[in-house]
Design a protein around this ligand. Structure first.
Ligand SMILES: *Cc1c(COP(=O)(O)O)cnc(C)c1O
Length: 422
């Protein structure tokens, strides 16, 4: 459930008509619902409530300061994958001891920054990283708390570009080598082992791959404890999928996911960390765009809108589906017509949907909304074609605020500098 619903035929974000925001902000823009963000976060908290837990929001899915502030104020931890995201989490008021640092390519500068500012744990993805982290921490007179990210070699059965738990992926350490790596970690002066980390991919639509991975983590926990390691936290990553197509998909609910975690790992007396991104922010956001032209082509017709691949990359990057709905609800019984929904960018890849059934009668000036655009939307946006970075708006009840304004063309152009010899 989200909070983008029609009222009297007009799409609302909570209690605010989307058309009212469009009139104030201009299109295209992202619009997020506070109530939906909060609801999704609490679903995970409730699902894990029987176990000691920390729900760490995956900042890479939506890193706006207002979103992080909202979730942080509810008690969320943060999962960050870069020094920049670490600073964003801190700037939003999240204390270091609720920030988990993930990622395959942490630099020494990033390690230093997080150690100085406080960090809950580093999820270490390779032996060279472990050695580097130990050196950095010891050099600062500190000890870095770590979990080793293990790669359980399970098939997440998701899109190949977002599967991370197969042995051929670049992520983590093969689980078969984990005991060796933990032994190495225990001997390093700047390292304190606190747990195990696993993250097998994103947009998973069934529990079984998680269950397989967590069973391997359970086995590993017992083996590592036998080896004398103090395994007290299990970080299970993110990855639970969302229903991008309302009509035909129903991924597992957080409560079912939580129950499965209790079944597979609940007896180990560990603190459970999870890192959901998409399930918290995905359906909490829409991208609103205006129709520029309806173009009759040879054999297919086009809806040309003012949002483009630079604003929402997922369709061109992953072939992803987003439901597209008119902001003014079509009258019951309105005929439908297949349209290719495209942006103005000079790339054939700038196509949001092919032959999408949309209500007859959409015309220039009408508004449409892309559902499920709150995760991996604004964060991936660029200014390709010198299209200003798409603004973001947050709604709460009957109020809304611009939480990232659209830059002016002067701001964009003046970011470049001309060298003195030109
Ligand atoms: C991307 C990522 C997540 C979040 O994944 P979602 O599918 O958005 O839940 C969590 N942890 C790590 C390490 C990631 O790379």
């Amino acid at each position: 459930m989200d909070h983008f619903l029609y009222r009297n035929g007009s799409l609302h974000a909570e209690d605010v008509p989307v058309s009212e925001i469009a009139a104030a902000v201009g299109t295209p823009f992202y619009c997020y619902s506070s109530a939906t963000l909060e609801r999704h976060f609490r679903l995970f908290q409730e699902a894990l409530a029987p176990l000691p837990n920390l729900v760490c929001f995956a900042v890479k899915s939506n890193s706006n300061q207002a979103v992080l502030r909202l979730l942080g104020s509810l008690g969320a931890g943060m999962d960050v994958v870069s020094g920049g995201e670490y600073l964003r989490a801190k700037a939003a008021g999240v204390p270091g001891d609720r920030i988990v640092f993930s990622g395959v390519g942490k630099t020494r500068a990033e390690m230093r920054q997080a150690l100085a500012g406080g960090v809950r744990q580093f999820n270490v993805e390779s032996e060279p990283e472990l050695v580097a982290l130990s050196e950095v921490a010891a050099g600062m007179g500190l000890v870095a708390p770590i979990a080793v990210r293990v790669n359980p070699d399970v098939d997440a059965r998701t899109h190949e570009k977002i599967a991370t738990g197969k042995s051929e992926n670049k992520f983590g350490i093969p689980i078969a080598r984990a005991r060796q790596v933990y032994a190495q970690a225990a001997g390093l002066p700047g390292i304190e082992v606190v747990g195990i980390d696993v993250h097998i991919g994103s947009q998973l639509t069934e529990l079984d791959p998680f269950r397989q991975a967590f069973a391997k983590v359970e086995e590993l926990t017992r083996a590592l404890r036998q080896d004398g390691h103090d395994i007290r936290r299990l970080d299970l990553g993110g990855g639970l999928g969302i229903p991008y197509e309302r009509s035909n998909s129903a991924p597992p609910l957080p409560i079912e996911y939580g129950r499965m975690i209790q079944e597979t790992l609940g007896h180990l007396d560990c603190e459970i960390e999870i890192e959901p991104g998409r399930l918290i922010s995905g359906n909490a956001g829409i991208l609103v765009s205006e129709v520029i032209y309806v173009k009759d082509g040879e054999g297919r017709d086009f809806l040309i809108i003012d949002a483009a691949m630079n604003d929402l990359m997922r369709p061109s990057l992953y072939g992803a589906h987003h439901d597209i709905i008119p902001v003014l609800e079509a009258a019951p019984g309105t005929a439908r017509r297949p349209l290719d929904v495209v942006g103005p960018v000079c790339e054939t890849g700038d196509t949001f949907a092919r032959q999408r059934d949309l209500p007859e009668g959409l015309s220039p000036g009408d508004l449409v909304a892309f559902r499920s655009a709150g995760a991996y939307g604004a964060v991936m946006a660029s200014e390709y074609n010198t299209r200003p970075l798409v603004p973001e708006v947050l709604v709460s009840g009957d109020q809304f605020a611009v939480i990232r304004p659209r830059p002016t063309f002067d701001e964009i152009i003046n970011r470049d500098t001309i060298p003195p010899w030109l």
